[in-house]
Design a binder for this molecule. Structure first.
Ligand code: TRP
Length: 334
């Protein structure tokens, strides 16, 4: 809770390009949440350097992610869109929480084990304490809810444990966050393997539609999407490829599955794939135009970044000061 309003926090890494799955499954559904929650969407650049990054590239991607948020409809006056590195309280609270987190707990994190195996030449301490920084993100804003994918559930569980542990010692300091289960967005699968989720880290670029793919690329990727045997556009267990395309068409065009089956009755996969491609182009084109416009309006975007960092700092420092006092740091003399 923040100032009597429920609070929502989500963080996203700027590494990799956002996909249609991120958009239809998450982003698109976030635009009205500010009516119910005080919303914070943080670009977690401090998390990103747990894996070695190219500095210029990281900076460019982080800014682009903020612009995509705005272009997707997150009103930056009503949602706090900011960079983690602009709010030093994240790192400060993470340090304190480190001192309340056990090595054993962190060793059990499956994402740490996966990433350590994948980047065996750089198993740094930041990678190990990554979940503690994430806990700090969430707890600083007294988040009631956190929209996270299944891969982040374990980190959220750790966050709850840390908050409860801290509260048990010092009293009611942190709100205990829950996973956000609201209106669920469409779950979009890979275009090349419909048993896998569409992912921004997929090695095959044909498996994902990236939000900034140009129209020709989008149409081409849908034409190449794997389908199933047969030729009818029907939503059936044995047709995972077609089902995925129908889900995308439904989410992009606001149609129901029944309407789609009727629309393509007696028409083949080819025509259907083209229609899905066109529907996706028509929702992504306005978003891309808006990103291009923001790209040119440096002063406007800078203004948003400044104002939102200030807002984030205000709330984050409020929690941090409370925590610092609880653990015994001296009061600031003014
Ligand atoms: N670890 C998350 C991911 O990779 C990103 C993240 C960082 C996050 N801090 C967060 C998500 C706080 C939710 C809340 O997806």
């Amino acid at each position: 809770m923040l100032d009597g309003k429920k609070s929502l926090f989500s963080g996203m890494q700027a590494t990799g390009n956002l996909t249609l799955g991120n958009y239809l499954g998450a982003l698109k559904n976030w635009v009205t949440l500010n009516e119910e929650y005080e919303c914070f969407y943080c670009v977690v650049d401090e998390h990103s350097i747990t894996i070695r990054q190219d500095p210029a590239e990281l900076r460019k991607r982080a800014r682009r992610l903020l612009m995509i948020y705005i272009a997707a409809g997150l009103d930056p006056e009503k949602n706090c869109l900011y960079y983690q590195s602009h709010v030093s309280a994240h790192a400060e609270l993470a340090w304190i929480l480190n001192c309340y987190t056990y090595m054993g707990e962190l060793s059990r994190m499956t994402q740490f084990k996966d990433k350590a195996a994948k980047h065996a030449d750089n198993v740094n301490a930041g990678l190990f304490t990554y979940p503690v920084l994430m806990a700090a993100d969430i707890l600083l804003f007294q988040a009631d809810v956190v929209p996270v994918g299944i891969d982040q559930k374990q980190h959220l569980e750790l966050t709850r444990n840390l908050a409860e542990r801290f509260n048990a010692i010092y009293g009611d300091v942190f709100t205990i966050p829950d996973a956000y289960i609201g209106k669920v967005g469409a779950k979009i699968m890979s275009l090349q393997d419909p048993s896998k989720k569409m992912s921004k880290s997929d090695e095959n670029p044909n498996a994902s539609i990236y939000l900034l793919d140009d129209p020709d690329t989008i149409i081409r990727k849908f034409k190449r999407a794997v389908t199933d045997s047969g030729s009818e556009v029907v939503y059936r267990e044995d047709k995972p490829g077609i089902r995925n395309l129908m889900d995308i068409y439904a989410a992009a065009g606001g149609k129901t599955i029944e309407e789609i089956e009727k629309e393509f009755d007696g028409r083949g996969y080819g025509e259907f794939k083209l229609a899905v491609g066109e529907a996706v182009v028509s929702i992504l084109k306005p978003l891309q135009d808006e990103v291009a416009r923001l790209e040119k309006d440096k002063a406007y975007v800078d203004g948003i970044i400044r104002a939102n960092a200030e807002k984030a700092n205000y709330y984050a420092n409020k929690t941090l000061r409370k925590v610092q006092k609880k653990v015994g740091f001296p009061e600031r003399i003014r």
